[in-house]
Write a protein that binds this ligand. Structure first.
Ligand SMILES: Cc1cc2nc3c(=O)[nH]c(=O)nc-3n(C[C@H](O)[C@H](O)[C@H](O)COP(=O)(O)O)c2cc1C
Length: 189
């Protein structure tokens, strides 16, 4: 099996991490892989903020968690059982947003090409993490921190900037099974 295709197939979203820190070299390699992604008009409309500091991570969780709960309330009526199960997890886990990952990498983008280009940097980073034997996860809930002034300051977030990811990185505590995936829908002409 080709190594790249193998990594694409075997990468999983990891939601439980060992406490061991990730080396600076590994984080740099992961960011370089993100930075190498294709971008519309070669705009490279991204920058990266790596959060490893325990206090900063607590602040992030305090900012994100109430917003995650608010979003989940939107599915309360359509799927009450799923809603109850997720709310239980949010209340019981010590860090149900960033899963106590040792490193949280915010991919921050701006401009007309960011929405198309920044997610490609995110995927490159997750594949690079996998190739280095590390786990990763894109946590959309973790981006819901932009209404909190101290987080805006922490990330040096400008009004025109948006968060993609953030991408969690860490040594996986076990490896999740592949979730059900639909087969590709293809029309050949
Ligand atoms: C845009 C986006 C947002 C996501 N947000 C979250 C999140 O907030 N929390 C989480 O646990 N997983 C999150 N995920 C991970 C998905 O749940 C995961 O990719 C999906 O279940 C498929 O599993 P796999 O990545 O192992 O193939 C997100 C993924 C994407 C692409």
């Amino acid at each position: 099996m080709n190594a790249v295709i193998d990594a694409i197939n075997k990468r999983r979203s990891v939601r439980a991490y060992e406490g061991t820190p990730v080396t600076k070299e590994a984080i740099e390699q992961i960011i370089e892989a993100g930075n190498e992604a294709p971008s519309a008009m070669n705009s490279q409309p991204w920058r990266f903020v790596v959060v490893q500091d325990a206090e900063a991570k607590k602040k992030l969780l305090r900012a994100a968690l109430p917003n995650a709960k608010k979003i989940l309330d939107l599915v309360k009526d359509s799927d009450p059982e799923r809603h109850a199960a997720i709310m239980k997890r949010l209340d019981e886990q010590p860090d149900p947003v960033y899963y106590s990952a040792p490193a949280v990498i915010f991919v921050i983008g701006s401009g007309r090409y960011a929405d198309h280009s920044c997610p490609l940097a995110c995927e490159n980073m997750m594949l690079a993490a996998h190739a280095l034997g590390l786990g990763s996860c894109w946590v959309g809930f973790g981006s819901m921190v932009t209404e909190t002034p101290e987080i805006v300051q922490l990330l040096d977030l400008l009004p025109e900037e948006k968060i993609y990811g953030p991408i969690l990185i860490g040594h996986p505590k076990g490896y999740p099974d592949r979730p059900p995936k639909k087969g590709p829908v293809v029309k050949w002409v």
